[in-house]
Design a protein around this ligand. Structure first.
Ligand SMILES: [Zn+2]
Ligand SMILES: [Zn+2]
Length: 174
């Protein structure tokens, strides 16, 4: 990345730097994310764990209940700010909370997902793809990002299985 992208928790015990640009940025409107953030949606920058450099402190994993597979939210042990998530026990992939960046406006969502739960007062921009549920990763992600994802997940070349990423964050009730 040309410019240094850094972030931190509220108390400053945790500081980190993104060494690469995220593979993709999700804006998730699901009711889980609304509850976990106390807000209308979450912004997650998906990036290799090895591309996240801790400059100070160590976030602590806090498991949160979820119907479809494990979800650990990594928090500052002091002020409990949520810094990033591990969905589905994928230690090589982090979902970094964009709001913890020093310049949160620097990363825009590449996709809006689970808009079936989207709050009614919010109108999404037409130019950004949006889906009522999840989406096909291999259709939407840039080639280079898919390559990085495969490498991080230890898969050989080819296109990413759309199911794998979906599995990491999809959940279903019904
Ligand atoms: Zn803190
Ligand atoms: Zn969500």
């Amino acid at each position: 990345m040309a410019k240094k992208v850094t972030g931190r928790c509220a108390c400053g015990s945790i500081r980190y730097q993104l060494l690469d640009k995220p593979m993709f940025v999700h804006c998730c409107h699901c009711d889980d994310c609304q509850r976990l953030t106390g807000s209308a949606f979450v912004l997650n920058a998906i990036i290799e764990t090895q591309a996240v450099k801790l400059l100070r402190g160590t976030p602590v994993a806090v498991p949160v209940p979820r119907e479809n597979g494990p979800h650990d939210i990594y928090r500052c042990p002091t002020c409990q700010t949520a810094i990033w998530s591990d969905y589905g026990n994928k230690p090589n992939i982090r979902f970094v909370r964009v709001g913890t960046l020093d310049k949160p406006g620097a990363l825009k969502p590449d996709v809006h997902i689970y808009t079936r739960w989207k709050v009614k007062w919010l109108t999404l921009p037409k130019r950004t793809p949006s889906f009522r549920d999840y989406y096909n990763t291999s259709k939407l992600w840039p080639k280079n990002s898919l390559k990085r994802l495969n490498a991080a997940l230890g898969r050989k070349g080819g296109s990413a299985s759309p199911k794998t990423m979906a599995k990491t964050i999809r959940r279903r009730r019904r």
